[in-house]
Design a protein around this ligand. Structure first.
Ligand SMILES: [Zn+2]
Length: 200
Protein backbone atom coordinates (compact mmCIF):
# COMPACT_ATOMS: atom_id res chain seq x y z
CA UNK A 1 0.00 0.00 0.00
CA UNK A 2 2.71 2.38 1.09
CA UNK A 3 4.91 1.90 -1.99
CA UNK A 4 2.04 2.71 -4.30
CA UNK A 5 1.63 6.11 -2.66
CA UNK A 6 5.28 6.98 -2.56
CA UNK A 7 5.60 6.48 -6.35
CA UNK A 8 2.25 7.82 -7.49
CA UNK A 9 3.15 11.02 -9.36
CA UNK A 10 -0.48 11.61 -10.35
CA UNK A 11 -1.55 11.65 -6.73
CA UNK A 12 0.97 14.41 -5.97
CA UNK A 13 -0.23 16.38 -8.98
CA UNK A 14 -3.76 16.09 -7.64
CA UNK A 15 -2.63 17.42 -4.25
CA UNK A 16 -1.03 20.36 -6.07
CA UNK A 17 -4.33 21.07 -7.81
CA UNK A 18 -6.06 21.18 -4.42
CA UNK A 19 -3.41 23.60 -3.15
CA UNK A 20 -3.95 25.76 -6.23
CA UNK A 21 -7.71 25.81 -5.63
CA UNK A 22 -7.14 26.80 -1.98
CA UNK A 23 -4.67 29.51 -3.05
CA UNK A 24 -7.12 30.90 -5.61
CA UNK A 25 -9.78 31.13 -2.89
CA UNK A 26 -7.38 32.90 -0.51
CA UNK A 27 -6.19 35.33 -3.18
CA UNK A 28 -9.71 36.23 -4.26
CA UNK A 29 -10.52 37.20 -0.66
CA UNK A 30 -7.75 39.82 -0.66
CA UNK A 31 -5.49 40.78 2.23
CA UNK A 32 -7.19 39.83 5.52
CA UNK A 33 -5.56 42.84 7.23
CA UNK A 34 -6.34 45.71 4.85
CA UNK A 35 -8.33 44.26 1.94
CA UNK A 36 -5.49 44.97 -0.49
CA UNK A 37 -4.69 42.91 -3.55
CA UNK A 38 -2.60 39.81 -2.92
CA UNK A 39 0.41 39.25 -5.15
CA UNK A 40 2.08 35.90 -5.62
CA UNK A 41 5.20 35.46 -3.48
CA UNK A 42 5.91 31.73 -3.25
CA UNK A 43 8.46 30.27 -0.87
CA UNK A 44 11.14 27.97 -2.25
CA UNK A 45 10.85 24.48 -0.75
CA UNK A 46 12.89 21.33 -0.97
CA UNK A 47 10.80 18.47 0.41
CA UNK A 48 12.75 15.44 1.57
CA UNK A 49 12.02 11.81 0.85
CA UNK A 50 9.93 11.55 -2.33
CA UNK A 51 11.89 13.33 -5.06
CA UNK A 52 11.22 10.83 -7.86
CA UNK A 53 7.44 11.20 -7.67
CA UNK A 54 7.40 14.99 -7.44
CA UNK A 55 7.38 17.54 -10.23
CA UNK A 56 8.59 21.15 -10.16
CA UNK A 57 5.43 22.35 -8.43
CA UNK A 58 6.84 20.87 -5.20
CA UNK A 59 9.78 23.27 -5.23
CA UNK A 60 7.40 26.07 -4.22
CA UNK A 61 4.98 26.68 -1.38
CA UNK A 62 2.23 28.94 -2.67
CA UNK A 63 2.07 32.20 -0.76
CA UNK A 64 0.96 35.81 -1.22
CA UNK A 65 2.07 39.24 -0.17
CA UNK A 66 -0.19 42.29 0.16
CA UNK A 67 0.46 44.77 -2.67
CA UNK A 68 -0.19 47.86 -0.50
CA UNK A 69 3.06 49.55 0.35
CA UNK A 70 2.00 50.35 3.93
CA UNK A 71 0.88 46.75 4.62
CA UNK A 72 2.95 44.21 2.68
CA UNK A 73 1.82 41.42 4.97
CA UNK A 74 2.01 37.75 4.08
CA UNK A 75 -0.96 35.49 3.49
CA UNK A 76 0.19 31.90 3.11
CA UNK A 77 -2.74 29.67 2.18
CA UNK A 78 -3.35 26.40 4.02
CA UNK A 79 -1.73 23.49 2.17
CA UNK A 80 -2.51 19.81 1.68
CA UNK A 81 1.13 19.31 0.63
CA UNK A 82 3.41 21.19 3.01
CA UNK A 83 2.85 20.64 6.71
CA UNK A 84 4.01 24.02 8.00
CA UNK A 85 7.77 24.18 8.28
CA UNK A 86 8.26 20.42 8.33
CA UNK A 87 10.69 19.32 5.61
CA UNK A 88 8.63 16.20 4.90
CA UNK A 89 5.38 16.43 3.02
CA UNK A 90 2.15 16.04 4.95
CA UNK A 91 1.37 12.83 3.09
CA UNK A 92 4.53 11.21 4.56
CA UNK A 93 3.76 12.44 8.05
CA UNK A 94 0.27 10.91 7.75
CA UNK A 95 1.25 7.61 6.13
CA UNK A 96 4.29 6.87 8.27
CA UNK A 97 2.29 7.78 11.38
CA UNK A 98 -0.58 5.52 10.31
CA UNK A 99 1.69 2.63 9.38
CA UNK A 100 4.36 2.64 12.01
CA UNK A 101 2.48 0.71 14.69
CA UNK A 102 2.10 -2.31 12.43
CA UNK A 103 5.63 -2.36 11.02
CA UNK A 104 8.13 -5.13 11.57
CA UNK A 105 11.59 -3.86 12.60
CA UNK A 106 12.90 -4.77 9.13
CA UNK A 107 10.16 -2.89 7.27
CA UNK A 108 10.56 0.07 9.57
CA UNK A 109 14.26 0.24 8.76
CA UNK A 110 13.50 0.08 5.01
CA UNK A 111 10.95 2.87 5.31
CA UNK A 112 13.40 5.08 7.20
CA UNK A 113 16.03 4.54 4.49
CA UNK A 114 13.66 4.92 1.57
CA UNK A 115 12.21 8.19 2.81
CA UNK A 116 15.51 9.57 4.04
CA UNK A 117 14.05 10.01 7.52
CA UNK A 118 16.02 11.15 10.52
CA UNK A 119 15.86 8.36 13.10
CA UNK A 120 14.22 10.48 15.80
CA UNK A 121 11.66 11.92 13.38
CA UNK A 122 9.01 9.21 13.66
CA UNK A 123 8.81 9.60 17.44
CA UNK A 124 8.57 13.37 17.07
CA UNK A 125 5.69 13.07 14.60
CA UNK A 126 3.84 10.71 16.95
CA UNK A 127 4.10 13.37 19.63
CA UNK A 128 3.03 16.05 17.13
CA UNK A 129 -0.24 14.22 16.32
CA UNK A 130 -1.09 13.61 19.95
CA UNK A 131 -0.20 17.03 21.33
CA UNK A 132 -0.02 19.77 18.67
CA UNK A 133 -2.66 18.47 16.25
CA UNK A 134 -5.27 17.63 18.90
CA UNK A 135 -4.90 21.12 20.44
CA UNK A 136 -5.37 22.90 17.09
CA UNK A 137 -8.65 24.51 16.03
CA UNK A 138 -8.90 22.23 13.00
CA UNK A 139 -9.23 19.17 15.24
CA UNK A 140 -11.28 20.95 17.89
CA UNK A 141 -13.80 21.79 15.16
CA UNK A 142 -13.83 18.33 13.55
CA UNK A 143 -13.59 15.88 16.44
CA UNK A 144 -17.26 16.16 17.39
CA UNK A 145 -18.23 14.61 14.05
CA UNK A 146 -16.79 11.27 15.10
CA UNK A 147 -18.86 9.02 17.28
CA UNK A 148 -17.49 7.06 19.06
CA UNK A 149 -14.59 9.51 19.51
CA UNK A 150 -11.33 8.90 17.65
CA UNK A 151 -8.70 7.38 19.95
CA UNK A 152 -6.06 10.11 20.39
CA UNK A 153 -3.39 7.54 21.17
CA UNK A 154 -3.91 5.99 17.71
CA UNK A 155 -3.63 9.13 15.60
CA UNK A 156 -3.32 9.57 12.69
CA UNK A 157 -4.22 5.99 11.68
CA UNK A 158 -7.45 5.92 13.68
CA UNK A 159 -8.65 9.12 11.99
CA UNK A 160 -7.63 8.01 8.50
CA UNK A 161 -9.74 4.88 8.94
CA UNK A 162 -12.80 6.87 10.01
CA UNK A 163 -12.98 9.42 7.19
CA UNK A 164 -15.72 8.88 4.68
CA UNK A 165 -13.77 8.54 1.42
CA UNK A 166 -14.35 6.27 -1.56
CA UNK A 167 -10.85 4.76 -1.20
CA UNK A 168 -7.60 5.29 0.68
CA UNK A 169 -6.46 8.02 -1.73
CA UNK A 170 -9.62 9.97 -1.12
CA UNK A 171 -9.43 9.45 2.66
CA UNK A 172 -5.84 10.66 2.60
CA UNK A 173 -6.91 13.83 0.76
CA UNK A 174 -9.72 14.39 3.26
CA UNK A 175 -7.30 14.02 6.18
CA UNK A 176 -4.77 16.40 4.61
CA UNK A 177 -7.62 18.85 3.98
CA UNK A 178 -8.71 18.54 7.61
CA UNK A 179 -5.15 19.22 8.80
CA UNK A 180 -4.56 22.09 6.32
CA UNK A 181 -5.43 24.99 8.72
CA UNK A 182 -2.50 23.96 10.91
CA UNK A 183 -0.06 24.46 8.02
CA UNK A 184 -0.10 28.27 8.12
CA UNK A 185 0.01 30.98 10.77
CA UNK A 186 -0.54 33.91 8.41
CA UNK A 187 -4.04 33.13 7.15
CA UNK A 188 -6.93 31.89 9.28
CA UNK A 189 -10.11 32.21 7.25
CA UNK A 190 -12.43 29.28 6.60
CA UNK A 191 -12.06 27.41 3.32
CA UNK A 192 -14.81 26.32 0.97
CA UNK A 193 -12.62 24.09 -1.23
CA UNK A 194 -14.02 20.56 -1.46
CA UNK A 195 -12.23 17.46 -2.70
CA UNK A 196 -13.86 15.82 -5.66
CA UNK A 197 -12.89 12.12 -5.89
CA UNK A 198 -14.06 12.12 -9.55
CA UNK A 199 -11.08 14.28 -10.44
CA UNK A 200 -8.49 12.18 -8.67
ZN1 LIG B 1 -2.69 44.24 3.38
Amino acid sequence: MCQAFFNDARFYQFLFQIDQAIATEVQSGGCPHCGGVLHSAAYPRKPRGLQSALDGSYARRLSFCCARQECRRRSTPPSVRFLGRKVYLGVIVVLVGALEQGLTPMRRKQLIEQLDLWPQTIARWRQWWREIFVANRCWQAARGEFMPPVAIGQLPGALLGRLNGVDLRHRLCLLLRLVAPITTTSWSGSLRVRIDPQKM
